[in-house]
Design a protein. Sequence first.
Length: 212
Amino acid sequence: MDSWSTCFKAFSNHRTDPIGNTNKIALIMEIIIKGMVCHHCIEAVERVLKSAGLTTENITLGRAQIKENLDGAALDMLDNLLEHEGFSRILDTESQLVERTKQAVIKHIREPHECRLNLSKCLEDTLAAPYDTISRVFSSHEGRTLEKYQMAQRVEWVKELLGYGQMTISEIADHTGYSSVAHLSRQFKNITGLTPSEYLRTSMSRKGLNEV
């Protein structure tokens, strides 16, 4: 076992007994993680946790559940490991809400079959908070509205599909939820300053989803 794993094991494996129950159960610790925007990120975080000798219960975009209860030096070590891979642990409640909101928006755009309701309702259901609160906290932390963030993420997805060269602009508009090619082109130009065809003629690079 490497030094990281040894140190983590020294600070983990805490257990507790519920009142009236002699069967020991493991505490589940949830960690909110910034910078997870795709399935490759989930795999990267899983590798980090396993390399630290931690037992994962569940990992999804923006969060990981582990069967150890870490504190002090172990959390500092975990922070270093995550940062080395481009991630960071989020501590305060509002920042956690913002990160979870971003993940929910990306999922709503790219996996619309998961929630066929409008964005505000899907966010309320996913985050268990009123949309007004979600929107206010997001705008306060990000300096832009939730609607503008959604627009930017949708345009970034259009860029990705344009780059593949496998779909017509009409097919892309339909696939990404735009009402028409004109609607897509108008929003695309508002965000990038270019029409889709102009964008294809440039060497402009795409952003990572966590940079949008």
